[in-house]
Design a protein around this ligand. Sequence first.
Ligand code: SF4
Length: 351
Amino acid sequence: MTDPFSKKLLNWFDANARSLPWRDTHDPYKIWVSEAMLQQTTVKTVLGYYDKWLGTFPDLESLASAPVGKVLKAWQGLGYYNRARNFHRSAQIVVNDHHGILPSDPEALRKLPGFGPYMTASVASIAFDVRIPLVDANVRRVVMRLTNIHGPAVASLDDEILVFLNKVLPARRCGDFNQALMELGATVCTTKNPACEVCPVNRGCLAFKAGTQEQIPTPKKVVINQITAVIGLISKDRKFLIQQRPAGGLLAGLWEFPGGKVEKTDNSLKEALARELLEELGHPCLVGEEFCRVRHYYTTNKVHLIAFHAALGTGRFKLKKHQRWVSLNELHEYAMPSGNAKILAKLANPS
Ligand code: SF4
């Protein structure tokens, strides 16, 4: 029998769910695409990528056989590039070890790169209707309010949240139930000003009863780091010098113009860039006029990126394995971090 809580939630979802392209499919690969993209990214952003991705990689096999550079390029702008790399590696494992069929068993899914508890539960429940609860930021907030748990919304609460979810999870339509709870958090039980009067589960909500819903969860203090970085648009024979970031670490494998952070000891932006270029390239460079400034954000960093025209100084410069001279037209084929991609867009359209 369906629990009254889940029945109310599912009825509400049936009548109010936003129409999203990945909700019109039962294809596990397409559901996987949406879940891989939606982690730490808004629905609005994913809508700009989902159909394009399926145009480029319509099925698991096409993704598995693609070069990683093409996968990163298709992902460019979604951030957290490890998700793309893991997705690619997992697709290859599914093709090689599972005859190209994504397993429905959560234990088998959990072994694939990128399948943490959330991803495993979302794909297993939405694609295969496995009865398994999930916790994301929306679910965590909704359940904290339903059960009147005070404090910040931290992952250490998840065991307690899962106990609640295991009690109310229906025997069938678990994928819809999980989506409904996330949808409720995204559209009704929002961080600020939750719409309790129209909430389908308000009668059982302890925070609503106690009038504490606005105080739950306690806002987290987020410290934003301000970073100023300079990059050099080093050109030669109508080509620009770019280099690939190392295979591990932040923005692994992406391509960028050389440069780096401005240090307190630098007397000017140009001096900072000359120092960075010498350190990175092992070759002196001449820093010319400023070309443009862009801002971008990643995790809790706000980066102010300033690009300068530059040229190699005298002496022989030997290109290393991770460096390339690339024409403006070809640069669009390289996956770049979003700040560099913004500068490239300005180079392509200088007006
Ligand atoms: S009643 Fe209000 S606080 Fe409770 S779940 Fe619904 S929207 Fe959230």
